[in-house]
Design a binder for this molecule. Structure first.
Ligand code: ZN
Length: 468
């Protein structure tokens, strides 16, 4: 059996790993898009390192674009194998890939319009919304924890990782004659004691593990602190400064977490009497998928729902879908909270709210997620006095706040706690550490060694390893 590392080796995006069985069955683990490096990313995304027509199966750990975003592209290039994932992952992919297709089309259009492009060949979007819609016909969802044979010799199982709605580690069992071999690809691993999703669950002993290391060198603060901090920020922004509180947030996952946190604070009487707006069509659709897939919720949330039916809806909360309603928020002059995408402030409606409010000292901007260097979010949060939004310079006079604990990824202690289910596993041959920035994977390997896991390997981009 052979394993090719085709992405997310020296960075945290572009997850792609190709397994080839002794009989030649080709299984792709995730097919993620590289993100955040401008034009360079486009070339990296188009150069796959494998022929999509030869791939038999794609096993998808979760719906984030850096894990699923190239599925429409490989479909366009002739991939017609089956995509296996959990039901919530399939439903989220339907809206996320379509959204990504729209972004690819808009980016290509904008690029082709640039003046210095006159006379040059126009670029094609890597894929379109139509490709994204069509590739969904390949998706087959299987419930979490069910062992499912994809061939007579190969079975798979998705096991909860608590990272996003529907996320699951892929546990694969290969039969080769009398020999049985197992591999667990963890995908992304969430935090413990979260508000909506369950904890990551232990998986059976495996011969090989491929695991992430996003925060392999860091520790997070607790979520209890985060809720307390959120309450204080809302009070300060809306009751003391009497301004708008802008919360740039990823439409899927982080938005629902913030809404539910605000719901609990509101119910406890801890918030001032203000309106809350979720201004993102994608977040509206995603919230409906959350409501549909309550089988993924943790016990605490289920208990909350015994008395309060909808955790993502309450009296003073409004979901804003249309552009006209979004524009109307500009004229809303009372203190309020506006939650809007994108989280890194690079795209989406949050840019309009920033352009309209960033020069007002009454405004507060609360960052609740990671911003890649060079994004508008990173520039604002590092304290640049002037930022460019839609080509115009704006003075940053708004008050800035940050809460880091709402992370979708576990810190190194949580990642090690997750792998503690493999303590005493004598079959374990290697843990491959992927999905980490330069230096972080090595730091995580050292933490793992201290915890007793010494058989680690930090693979290089396009490295091929023979699994004995
Ligand atoms: Zn993810």
């Amino acid at each position: 059996m052979k394993l090719d590392f085709l992405g997310a080796t020296e960075e945290v995006t572009g997850s792609k790993f190709l397994l080839t069985s002794h009989k030649g069955t080709k299984i792709l683990l995730d097919c993620g898009m590289y993100q955040g490096k401008g034009l360079e990313t486009d070339g990296m995304n188009r150069d796959l390192g494998f022929d999509p027509k030869e791939v038999d199966f794609l096993l998808l750990s979760h719906a984030h674009i850096d894990h699923s975003g190239l599925i429409p592209y490989i479909y366009k290039l002739g991939f017609r194998g089956k995509v296996f994932c959990t039901p919530a992952t399939r439903d989220l992919c339907a809206i996320m890939l379509a959204d990504s297709g729209r972004i690819q089309e808009a980016d290509a259009k904008q690029f082709n319009k640039k003046k210095d492009r006159v006379g040059k060949e126009p670029i094609e979007p890597i894929y379109t919304e139509k490709d994204a819609a069509e590739c969904m016909s390949l998706f087959i969802s299987i419930p979490r924890d069910l062992t499912f044979n994809i061939t007579p010799d190969i079975s798979i199982q998705f096991i909860e990782t608590g990272h996003m709605l529907g996320s699951g580690a892929v546990y694969i069992t290969f039969k080769e004659g009398r020999k049985t071999r197992t591999l667990c690809y963890t995908g992304d691993v969430g935090r413990y004691d979260k508000r909506i999703l369950p904890d990551p669950e232990p998986f059976p002993y495996a011969d090989y593990i491929i695991t992430e290391s996003t925060y392999g060198d860091r520790l997070h603060s607790t979520l209890d602190d985060a809720d307390q901090q959120l309450m204080l920020v809302v009070r300060d922004a809306c009751a003391k400064r009497l301004g708008k509180l802008l919360i740039p947030s990823f439409a899927i996952g982080r938005t629902q977490e913030i809404v539910y946190a605000l719901h609990r604070l509101n119910k406890a009487g801890d918030l001032p009497d203000i309106e809350i707006f979720v201004d993102s069509p994608l977040a509206c659709s995603a919230t409906n998928i959350y409501r549909l897939h309550d089988e993924n919720f943790n016990a605490d949330l289920r208990q909350f729902m015994e008395n309060t039916k909808d955790p993502f809806g309450f009296d003073n909360l409004t979901y804003v879908r249309t552009i006209d309603d979004s524009k109307r928020l500009n004229e809303y002059n009372r203190p309020c909270i506006i939650i809007s995408a994108s989280g890194m402030m690079e795209a989406g409606r949050i840019k309009h709210h920033l352009a309209n409010n960033i020069e007002n000292p009454k405004t507060t901007i609360l960052c609740v997620g990671y911003c890649s260097p060079n994004t508008l979010g990173a520039k604002i949060m590092r304290g640049d006095p002037v930022v460019s939004i839609f080509g115009e310079d704006h003075q940053v006079r708004a008050h800035l706040e940050r809460i880091d604990a709402y992370s979708g990824h576990g810190d190194y202690q949580e990642l090690i706690r997750y792998l503690s289910c493999q303590k005493g596993n004598r079959r374990l041959k290697k843990i491959f550490i992927v999905h980490g920035e330069e230096g972080v994977r090595q730091a995580y390997a050292e933490h793992l060694a201290e915890a007793g896991f010494k058989k680690t390997h930090v693979p290089m981009f396009r490295e091929t390893i023979e699994l004995s």
